[in-house]
Design a protein around this ligand. Structure first.
Ligand code: 5AD
Ligand code: SF4
Length: 434
């Protein structure tokens, strides 16, 4: 038997891309084994992100680096959102690239690898878009499963609808089968993935029973052996009462919620075409906190969106103070091709946006330090999934806080009660109590 060729894969961007990279590895597994040494790889794949301009620039500098470091005859492929968005431009700009495969076309990877100059970036839906022959998981303890692909929202800043195409929900039985497979292999936790998960069920590729995201959560929690369900990302607009009540009452659903705010100003939200107001967002948070006092809430915020005044920004700060987010991903607005907001007048100057970002991040840290310190003394159920240096093992609380304890590999894949003894900004220390 001849030994396999080596594949090096670099993943930029969101959880969706991480999952797509897992699919790529699975599809190529008959012929390729993963390597972490890019200079030893026969095939180098960059799975890209184009949500902001920075990662797009990074792509071309990475290609330049790979070109120098790669061994004779090794090939380079570009997949993901930037592949969708720039298509064959990439090969024109960087002739070292052998093939380009869009975010919605990753199941064609085996074909792309075989044909030099292969470029496929269409975003129309076809039945084969998300059919994969095999499965692969970065972690045996946690599975990621796509529940929908694409996005039907038209947020005015966002390039995703043009790179991942129209939103299609994956049928419930396919999702459940995939989860069952992972559970059979030892995963007790699943992360359901979609650009807008709680819009699930609007459109399927074939005939399908009517089911929404709340129904899907109920159905998935029937999978035996599955202990924890997480999902990313829900949209605040679709957080109706039934969804929040299911979140609160279903013991398998982990009590951390990502709620991408984007802006606290109702006027800016309107310009962003987000479909909700500051009041709606705060109302949903209030309901969530009333039903689930231990909930942790994460968010995404954009500063410096066109037209954002000091008063608009003050609304964002106000929401931050009221909600006390446990995790904030914050970004300076970056004008993107194929988006309406790039043409909006009143673009905010870079200096102003940078200063707002600094203020926002300083506040986010202050809140986080306070919230993490409040966890000290509590006892939490921690699901362990990763060995760390110095005899430590890492896991997550139900509400998604990172916890480190002294221990060894027999903890992996198990949930134990842990008393939290100390807090840091990004993690908690604890001792196992049972
Ligand atoms: N500029 C800055 N941030 C953006 N995001 C999406 N598009 C842009 C953009 N043009 C952010 C949003 C989104 C996250 C994934 O990336 O906050 O929720
Ligand atoms: Fe982009 Fe809005 Fe869709 Fe999220 S919901 S992927 S921000 S268009």
């Amino acid at each position: 038997m001849s030994s396999k060729q080596k594949l090096y894969i670099e993943t930029l961007g969101c959880a969706m891309n991480v999952r797509d990279s897992e699919h790529i590895v699975a599809e190529l597994s008959a012929e390729y084994a993963l390597t972490e040494d890019r200079s030893d790889a026969d095939l180098i794949i960059i799975n890209t992100c184009s949500v902001r301009e920075k990662p797009v620039k990074k792509l071309f500098s990475e290609i330049g680096k790979f070109k120098k470091q790669k061994k004779e005859g090794a090939r380079i492929g570009v997949c993901g959102c930037t592949a969708s968005h720039l298509g064959k431009e990439i090969i024109k700009r960087a002739p070292a690239v052998d093939f380009v495969l869009g975010a919605r076309n990753v199941s064609k990877i085996a074909q792309a690898v075989k044909e030099r100059g292969f470029v496929q970036t269409d975003i129309n839906h076809d039945e084969t878009t998300y059919q994969f022959s095999d499965s692969y998981q970065n972690s045996p303890y946690k599975a990621m499963v796509n529940i929908s692909i694409g996005c039907d929202k038209q947020c005015s800043f966002c390039i995703v609808p043009s790179t991942r195409g129209e939103e299609i929900s994956i049928p419930e039985d396919m999702i459940k089968k995939e989860i069952e497979k992972s559970v059979a292999k030892g995963a007790k936790e699943v992360m359901l993935l979609g650009q807008n998960v709680n819009n699930y069920g609007r459109r399927f590729s074939g005939e399908h029973r009517k089911i929404d995201f709340t129904g899907l959560l109920q159905s998935i929690s029937e999978v035996e052996g599955l202990e924890r369900i997480r999902f990313a990302s829900p949209h605040p607009l679709h957080m109706d009462d039934a969804f929040i009540e299911e979140f609160a009452n279903n013991p398998k659903i982990c009590k951390s919620m990502h709620m991408p705010l984007q802006s606290g100003s109702t006027e800016i939200l309107r310009q962003m075409k987000r479909g909700y107001s500051k009041e709606w967002f705060l109302n949903r948070v209030a309901k969530l906190k009333a039903l689930v006092p231990e909930v942790t809430i994460g968010t995404d915020i954009i500063v410096g969106f066109p037209g954002e005044s000091e008063a608009d920004f003050a609304h964002t700060i106000d929401v931050m103070r009221r909600v006390e987010f446990d995790q904030v991903f914050s970004f300076k607005y970056s004008p993107r091709p194929n988006t309406p907001a790039q043409h909006y007048k009143e673009q905010v100057d870079d200096d102003t946006a940078s200063k707002r970002l600094e203020r926002l991040q300083a506040l986010a840290k202050e809140i986080l330090d306070k919230r993490m310190a409040q966890a000290v003394g509590s006892t939490e159920a921690v699901y362990f999934d990763e060995l760390r240096p110095e005899g430590r093992v890492a896991g997550r609380t139900d509400n998604n806080r990172l916890v480190l304890v002294q221990g060894s590999e027999e903890l992996l894949g198990n949930t134990r009660k842990v008393k939290i003894t100390q807090s840091h900004r990004m993690s908690l220390d604890g001792e196992i109590v049972e």
